[in-house]
Ligand binder design. Structure first.
Ligand SMILES: [Zn+2]
Ligand SMILES: [Zn+2]
Length: 138
């Protein structure tokens, strides 16, 4: 399997480079073509005055045919490319999984309180244990 390489930050929906325990994860998600016309990458709509993408927009739009899709629905349809060193068995692998966030409950290490976090979960191709990429908390 070959990962889709990231060539341009403009095409990037999500990027992370972090250590988890004894492991490491580098992961990225690349925009895909409009599902309607297949001509252009779906992007955040641009502000007509400034021409800059509206980062907080809750939808993506096709610059060619103006098809719009809700942000979460679009992002769920994408694929995340992951390069990892497994925190459990130190295996180094590459994997592609759906960029679908799932909610898990865990204990926050600092506050000791239960919290719900969004993660992308995949299995190590060698030891088969779950590895979670936590969506960064603010
Ligand atoms: Zn289109
Ligand atoms: Zn492993």
């Amino acid at each position: 399997m070959t990962l889709k390489q990231l060539t341009n930050m403009e095409e990037c929906v999500y990027f992370t480079n972090r250590t988890i325990g004894n492991g490491k994860i580098k992961a990225w998600v690349i925009k895909e073509l409009c599902p309607k016309c297949n001509k252009a990458l779906m992007s955040k709509p641009r502000d007509p005055k400034t021409g800059k993408p509206k980062i907080r927009a809750i939808e993506y739009a096709c610059p060619e045919c103006h098809y719009q899709i809700e942000k979460e629905e679009y992002e769920d349809s994408l694929t995340i490319n992951v390069q990892y060193t497994c925190p459990f068995c130190a295996f180094q692998g590459e994997i592609q999984v759906p960029f679908k966030r799932r909610k898990i409950q865990r204990i926050n290490e600092e506050t000791r309180k239960k919290e719900t976090v969004d993660v992308i979960r995949f299995k190590c191709q060698k030891c088969n244990r779950d590895i979670d990429i936590t969506k960064k908390m603010k």
